[in-house]
Every structure is written in structure tokens, then in C-alpha cells.
Design a protein around this ligand. Sequence first.
Ligand SMILES: Cc1cc2nc3c(=O)[nH]c(=O)nc-3n(C[C@H](O)[C@H](O)[C@H](O)COP(=O)(O)OP(=O)(O)OC[C@H]3O[C@@H](n4cnc5c(N)ncnc54)[C@H](O)[C@@H]3O)c2cc1C
Length: 304
Amino acid sequence: MVNEPSVLEALSQITAEENIFIDEPLNKHLYTKLGGNADFFVTPANRAEVQKIVRYANQANISFTLLGNGSNLIVRDGGIRGIVVSPKKFTNIYREGNTLIAESGARIIDVSYRALEEKLTGLEFACGIPGTVGGALYMNAGAYGGEIKDCLEKCVVVDPDGQLLTLQASELALDYRTSNIPEKGYIVLEAHFSLLPGDVNTIKETMANLTEKRESKQPLEYPSCGSVFKRPAGYFAGKLIQDSELQGKGIGGAEVSTKHAGFIVNKNNATATDYIAVIEMVQRTVKEKFGVDLEREVRILGED
Ligand SMILES: Cc1cc2nc3c(=O)[nH]c(=O)nc-3n(C[C@H](O)[C@H](O)[C@H](O)COP(=O)(O)OP(=O)(O)OC[C@H]3O[C@@H](n4cnc5c(N)ncnc54)[C@H](O)[C@@H]3O)c2cc1C
């Protein structure tokens, strides 16, 4: 459908032309640096535009995909058909009482550092998670004993009919690296994090310790999508992969990290095909050696 004039015309009536990119390479927008092109890549300027795009895509029966920072997904090399929306213009973060309110395109790392600045505690765990606020809610992101579920009070979303809804955290079915956001087709626009006044030095120290731990254990020098697999009941994915002697094994430019076995790194201009082949090699090998099925945490989108 690349460059379908009727779609361009409709989108141009919703948002400024500078917000519409045709046949846009997605690898430059994604943390993984993988993936093909989007037919239409749109960066709406406000929430009314998001609502209008959702309604238009529905009514015209055009596929609609929302991307955050791409730190938990792989876009296949054939790219994504239809309209891809990025909330990268929604980056405001502000305080109301002890609540930090963040728009969905803000980086959760920046929200965590804003909490430090405001002497608020509760988001220290997120100080190294390289996703957006929207992606963090979608995945119920968590680390080092904390997760979004612990501090999210409510959020504002657009539903598949283009309606704005305010939802309490309890309505999102947040659980280990999941929520009902995909099932309900919500687009997160804003999140309210309920925090507590804290001691700035303690918050700072906690964040420094977590950052040090992360930097010493994770291959942050390469693009990746973080831990590829969920923790299987009774095991650790990284340990199973390490014990399968897969570290350093690769296909094309993608490789199982030698620093953290749960990560697959884009070491040398990997394609999404390379990356997915390494994921499958790991799943196959671990199943053969230990009889354990590794379930992907990472989402795979788009066409081959
Ligand atoms: C080096 C590294 C370290 C990581 N460490 C951690 C960690 O400690 N803990 C952890 O939980 N994760 C971790 N991750 C994974 C990842 O950062 C998180 O899952 C993050 O929350 C994903 O956010 P994103 O914006 O990148 O989402 P994306 O990867 O862009 O998208 C993920 C899914 O969320 C959806 N989505 C994104 N934004 C919205 C929105 N506004 N509304 C609705 N749906 C949306 C997308 O459609 C997609 O299906 C790590 C990743 C890397 C690369």
C-alpha cells in the first residue's frame, strides 16, 4: 500500500504534513535498530489527532500500529503496512501533589529522574528501562523488585473507537510483563504515577546502585531488545541459555550476548531475520537440552 494517495490525503487533513512520513525506515526509530519500512509513519501533535487517526484507520479499514521506543519489539524486515503512529511528540512530565503525570512518549527513565528531582520515591526501579511511558504500561515494565503496577494510579487512553477514557490501574490487568492493553486495543496517552515524598540522597543512591548493576551485567554497548524471554516457572532464562553454551553464538549480525545470556545483541548490522533466527535457535536448543519452553517477552511485528 506504500504511498497510497487517498491515505496521504486523509492524514493531511488530520495533522500537518511535517508529521507524516511515507515509506519511513523504522530501524532509525527503534532501539533495536532493526526492521523494514512503515507505509505511513505519523507523529501526531496532540491527542485529538490520535483520536482522528484511529477513527480514520477504523473506518477505512487500514491497519494501525503504535510504536514506543522499540526497546521491546522486533519489526520484521518487510516493515509494517498501513499507518504507524509514534507518540514521540508527547513528552511532558509534570507534578500534581505527590503524583507525577507523564505523557506516553516520555521516556520512563526521564520520569524516574524527574521523580528524583522532585524528591519523590517509587520510580527508582525504572531508572534504566529504555522504553516510553506507554511501552512501560503495556509491558508492566519492572526491574529489581519494582514494577509499574506498584506506582501507577491511573492513565488516559484512546480506545479502538477513538474515545478518550480514564482508567484506574486496576482496570489494566497489570501482571508479570503483561497488561490488557493489547487485548483492548488501547493507546496510552498519559500516566499518573502515585509516589511518596522521600529522602533525595537515598533515592539518588538507590538509582546509582541500580545503574551500576545494570551497566555491569547488561550489554548496553549494543542495540538489543533487552531480555528476550520471560522467566520460565522454576528457572531463569539466562541461566538455561548459558548452560546450553549459546553465548557468543550468532546468525548474521545477531548474537547471544557474551555479557548477559538473556540478551540477543545487534552486533553488526543485523537484520530482523537474523535476530529472529537466533531467538528460534535459542528456543530450540534450550528445549532439547532442558525440556523447557522459553516464551518470548519481546513482540514481533510486521512482514517478512
Ligand atoms: C537494554 C534494555 C534493558 C531493558 N530492561 C528492562 C527492564 O529492566 N525491565 C523491563 O520490564 N523491560 C526492560 N526492557 C524492555 C523494554 O525497555 C520495556 O519493555 C519497555 O517498557 C518497552 O517500552 P517501548 O516504548 O520501547 O515499547 P515498544 O518496544 O516500542 O513497544 C512494546 C509494545 O508496547 C506497545 N506500546 C508502546 N507504546 C504504547 C502506547 N503509548 N500505547 C499503547 N501501546 C503502546 C507497542 O505497540 C508494542 O506492542 C529493556 C530493554 C532493553 C533494550
